[in-house]
Design a protein around this ligand. Structure first.
Ligand code: CTP
Ligand code: CA
Length: 224
């Protein structure tokens, strides 16, 4: 019912959404990860599909159900997410990177569980690929590339730096310093930034925030 009542303003649009954390293995029992629940990304995928888009959701491990009409590809590591997203990117007009990708991974993955006292207590880390930045360098002119920025201070400046550095069309800047707008909760308050400037969205549900972000994306798509 919700499907048929929603405006089909994304009809014919192929959209890739990434969501959730990534897990970077240390050994068969352990990994490095972060507090992302995946809720914001899943809301975007749900709203996109409801509005008629053909949505592929590339998701790290979450406890969330796949929204109706969405094709989900499950991944674990940043590298797996990179490969899945790049495979989808070319055929997609809209790419939204809501995932909290780990910035570092252990330099080596131990084949067997590391035993207490068997290795030195420090982990050597190396950088993961910046998926969004890599998409920005190969973006086609008809594509709308959307990133998120998780910030705990200087939101406007930090968001702007990322928009420029990653060649994005839109960035949703998220204040993770407040308990009601960050990880795990169902509400959010983001600041959008595109070439028209900053827009403060209201403090509202992640589902409503998703629709407001999609409204902006639609405007950008129509300008293509
Ligand atoms: N991102 C990505 N690949 C990475 C790291 C981040 O695609 N390896 C994407 C995220 O999905 C998000 C955007 O980049 O859309 C910004 O992520 P964020 O963690 O806020 O910024 P970073 O560029 O990683 O910088 P920092 O963590 O130092 O603030
Ligand atoms: Ca990061």
């Amino acid at each position: 019912l919700a499907q048929s009542l929603a405006p089909q303003d994304f009809g014919g649009v192929r959209m890739v959404v990434t969501a959730g954390p990534t897990r970077e293995a240390i050994d068969p029992a352990r990994f490095l990860s972060n507090r992302s629940s995946g809720k914001m990304g899943y809301c975007l995928a749900r709203c996109g599909a409801r509005r008629g888009a053909e949505v592929v959701l590339v998701s790290g491990p979450t406890t969330l159900e796949t929204p109706p009409g969405v094709k989900k590809i499950s991944v674990q590591s940043a590298q797996e997410m990179y490969e899945a997203v790049v495979a989808q990117a070319q055929q997609s007009q809209v790419i939204i990177k809501a995932a909290a990708v780990a910035d570092y991974r252990p330099e080596k993955v131990y084949e067997h569980k590391v035993k207490k006292g068997s290795v030195e207590s420090s982990l050597r880390l190396v950088s993961t690929t910046d998926i969004l930045k890599s998409l920005g360098t190969r973006k086609s002119p008809d594509q709308v590339l959307v990133g998120f920025a998780a910030e705990s201070r200087n939101l406007h400046e930090e968001g702007k730096k990322k928009l420029i550095a990653k060649n994005l069309d839109l960035i949703a800047i998220n204040d993770i310093s407040k308990p009601q707008t960050g990880f795990e909760v169902d509400t959010n308050q983001v600041v959008l930034l595109d070439n028209q400037g900053y827009t403060q969205l209201p403090h509202t549900t992640k589902l409503h925030t998703a629709d407001l972000i999609l409204d902006r994306i639609l405007t950008l798509l129509k300008d293509r």
